[in-house]
Design a protein around this ligand. Sequence first.
Ligand code: NAI
Ligand code: MG
Length: 477
Amino acid sequence: MQDATRHYINGQWVTSIDGCELAVENPSTEEKIATISLGGAEDADAAVAAAKAAFPGWANTGPEARIAALERLMDIYKERAGEMAQAISHEMGAPIALAQTAQVGAGAGHLKNTIRTAKSFAFERPLGDHAPGDMILYEPVGVCALITPWNWPMNQVMLKVAPALAAGCTMVLKPAEQAPLSAMLLAEMIDAAGFPPGVFNLVNGDGAGIGAHLTAHPDVDMVSFTGSTRAGVAISKAAADTVKRVSLELGGKGANIIFADADEKAVTRGVRHCFNNTGQSCNAPTRMLVERSIYDAAVVTARAVAGKTEVGPADVEGRQIGPVVSGVQFNRIQYYLKQGTDEGARLIAGGMGKPEGLSTGHFVRPTVFADVTPDMTIWREEIFGPVLTMTPFDTEEEAIALANDTPYGLTNYIQTTDKSCARRVARRLRSGMVEMNGKFGGAGTPFGGTKQSGTGREGGVWGLEEFLEVKAVSDWG
Ligand code: NAI
Ligand code: MG
């Protein structure tokens, strides 16, 4: 078992001042693989103090030197990609192939994009020809608390750490207590890349303890959070007294509208996408809305795809889906599976209990419910497991109404070969993102949601601007 009972504060690995210990579990085996320190208030205070002391120097370092440091980090991240994949796969159960590609790759992609964005970003720019002498300066917000979840660890950590560093902010990262090992590995890489002490700090701990303490801390200027809507609400309230900037990336309940003229792979693609990462993605297309003329055929296809979806331990090479992250998440999903049946949805694949032969590990059966209606719990609430709901629609208008009938607004999906229909519908979906016909957004696309999916946009120019204040100066010359 790995001893990971340390925090990274002011350029040093240090033991906890007032924390206690917590075991990290491998969800494929339920074995304890590491022990971390669940930090206390004094640990958090030490990290914030280091970030505060480092801020003036880092803020005045200038974009070129900050970008050079990020480029050194990029090289190290690539060199140690194999270790990173192992860490993610062990701590949160992503199958090793997925960990090596999408999980680790997302971190590399965001780092690369941040570097590119920062290189072309005008940190100082004139207001305009009409106002000669007026200058607009983009300056770092200050000390940032970065609080991240366990489902896409390096994706979410890098979407915050890289632009915060590029902007000239200093920071305290508190990764998810279920998946801290990848973040600790990143801290080692940041250390090796030679950032000044105190610019980046990492404290381990849980949400109620150190998370809440950081959020309310008077010396923290901004909180950037990814996770549940519940925690996002708590963070917003706790941050209000000190008027922090708060950026939130929360849950989702994405609709995938499949019109009758969609390409023939649309249903299969939609089911697989929903199950990807064992359904633990905020942008998962969990509500499949299918035009009635192809609905019955789509249900048959979805059942077949679910039936063929292999489930298994994360260390096996292959395209299987892994376990969910924890026993807590397993039980939460079981509750939703029971609700689905109790409230009258038609179970067509999967269901409660563990898949055959997988009694150890937090494995969930790939599940599809048909005939799901907006009054049902499984329509309204984020399940965060491999569970798809299917609902028929008759008209474009009805599809739009159904898609928007959710408290969330992160990503919606449209499948149709009719471009004008696709554009019409895309304009009317209330969400931060719309993906059509299986095409993902390109590098630097803004990631974020509307309604209860959050307030922030991460990635590209938008992600950098999250960490920048705008200062207007007159008579600059
Ligand atoms: P969570 O929102 O409680 O945890 C995410 C992060 O927030 C962790 O680092 C946690 O320590 C921290 N945190 C929790 N409460 C906090 C507080 N009051 N103040 C400051 N930090 C706090 O999510 P959890 O319990 O792990 O998962 C529950 C559900 O949340 C999932 O079933 C899923 O529906 C949703 N979720 C959504 C994610 C997304 O990507 N949008 C990621 C993870 C969970
Ligand atoms: Mg929690």
